[in-house]
Design a protein around this ligand. Structure first.
Ligand code: HEC
Length: 453
């Protein structure tokens, strides 16, 4: 293993990814969904010669441009930086498979950037037909970037035939590809509709406001209904173990699932009430609350999707701690689990100092510390007050002494959502000694026990 470790103390690497990635979903789905709404609104406004509506479309498109192309680009690049720092080996694996996928996506990004600026700055200055076409080119290229990225995202949950063949399109058109694409396509309209409702809620003229609110609500409601149906389809395509993790193993994913459904219901009510019944008087506060509710729903939904991937980064191939779980024959990559169990993890970890590669009575705590970080901090923190804190979870589980922690590590295979412990007998005991010292700093493991004497 050739990469150094990154650790965000107390907060955790998973949380760092979650914060950036969940936020990114708002601007990126807005960027893909909003211009279908503007396209149809603009076309209708031309047909009816409705200048007030055109003014709304212009304002909305500017606010989409600013929001998406500032925060969306920052967080989009942020995801790459964070993911590369946290899981360099997984990103390397993805790049080796999908570099041309991303290259294609970036072509569409470029078209998006050029067309959105052209669209805004040519408003009212070129023929209506040409202007509409620019909007449509933007909408299509933005959606096509989703068509591509969904292939790679879906691959990370359901790699399908790729696991046997290693071929690009076997991984890309994976079992959850189509349902996920349709779910995202539907929900991008919900994001677009919510944002349009915020912009509309600031309009002064009650007639224009009402018209714009209705359009926003129609897209929002449509997206919610269709997206909900596709979500059901999506759940039929994810592996049985993933469903066990979500609905049986982990209480908080079950809660998150309920939260996601609850936010959908609240948004449904919002669009129904403020989009139709109170469309003339709809103010910014309910619109902003609706956007916050939507954000909570996205957080919850994405948490569920991410947890379903445990204990892998690339299912069946690479664990969350970046160890290779199984042979990948087409790529000539061999499983590391059996090899590391025999040879030791530290001997195979480039960044482990030479002084810990051979475990003895003087260095086992240092060795245990490095191993714990290597194997566990992709999902946990070691600080007592941290998120998913190992010492806290150990106490809850009832393992406090080195021997009890050892037994826990020995039985890690029984968990659906955690990788097995990898390493030699001595390494396992060194980790047990280190974790027991996190639970109780006064507790010192007996070196003879660690060394198996
Ligand atoms: C792929 C992510 C992942 C990795 C890697 C991982 N865990 Fe976990 N672990 C989890 C999740 C998720 C939970 C459930 C947390 C909860 O219930 O709040 C958990 C729960 C636990 C628990 C509580 C178990 C119980 O039954 O109550 C302990 C203790 C624990 N982990 C220790 C470890 C140790 C030690 C390592 C490293 C050897 C490790 N974990 C590696 C994801 C992981």
């Amino acid at each position: 293993m050739l990469y150094p470790l990154f650790e965000w103390h107390g907060v955790g690497n998973g949380m760092l990814m979650a914060i950036i990635a969940t936020y990114h979903i708002l601007p990126c789905h807005l960027a893909t969904g909003a211009f279908w709404i503007t396209y149809f609104m603009e076309r209708k406004a031309y047909q009816e010669n409705d200048l007030a509506m055109l003014e709304f479309v212009k304002k909305y498109s500017l606010l989409v441009l600013i929001f998406c192309f500032v925060t969306g680009s920052l967080t989009g690049a942020g995801i790459w930086y964070a993911a590369t720092l946290i899981s360099p080996r997984a990103i390397s694996g993805l790049i080796h498979n999908y570099v041309w996928g991303w290259a294609t996506e970036w072509v569409f990004f470029l078209i998006e950037i050029v067309t959105i600026y052209t669209y805004y700055y040519t408003f009212g200055k070129i023929s209506r037909k040409a202007h509409l076409r620019i909007g449509l080119i933007y909408a299509m290229s933005a959606w096509l970037s989703m068509v591509i990225i969904t292939g790679i995202l879906g691959f990370m949950l359901t790699p399908g035939k790729w696991s046997e063949t290693g071929l690009f399109f076997d991984g890309f058109f994976n079992p959850s590809y189509w349902p996920q694409l349709f779910v995202r396509t539907a929900f991008m309209f919900v994001v677009g509709g919510s944002y349009a409702a915020i912009v509309a809620s600031f309009l002064k003229d009650p007639e224009v406001k009402s018209k714009a609110m209705k359009v926003a609500a129609k897209w929002g409601l449509g997206g919610l209904i269709v997206g909900g149906l596709f979500t059901v389809w999506y759940f039929t395509k994810i592996p049985a173990t993933a469903k066990t993790i979500i609905f049986e193993d982990l209480a908080f994913t079950k809660t998150m699932f309920k939260v996601a459904i609850g936010t959908g219901v609240l948004l449904f009510i919002y669009f129904g009430v403020w989009g139709f019944m109170k469309s003339k008087t709809a103010g910014p506060i309910p619109a902003i609350i609706a956007m916050l509710v939507l954000f909570v729903g996205i957080c919850a939904g994405e948490t569920v999707r991410e947890m379903a991937r445990r204990p892998y980064l690339i299912p069946g191939y690479m664990y969350s701690n970046q160890m290779i779980a199984k042979d990948m024959k087409p790529k000539g990559v061999k499983s590391e689990v059996a090899r590391f169990n025999k040879e030791g993890v530290l001997k195979n970890y480039y960044f482990a100092p030479d002084s810990v590669k051979e475990i003895d009575a003087t260095n086992f705590m240092a060795a245990g510390r490095i191993l714990t970080k290597l194997e566990c901090i992709s999902c946990h923190t070691v600080e007592t007050s941290g998120f998913f804190s190992i010492p806290k979870l150990m106490v809850k589980f009832g393992a406090k002494t080195p021997e009890e922690v050892y037994d826990f590590l020995d039985a890690l295979d029984d968990y659906n959502y955690m990788p097995p412990f990898v390493g030699t007998e001595k390494e396992k005991r060194a980790v047990a000694a280190y974790i027991a010292s996190l639970v109780n700093p006064d507790q010192k493991a007996d070196p003879a026990w660690v060394l198996g004497k």
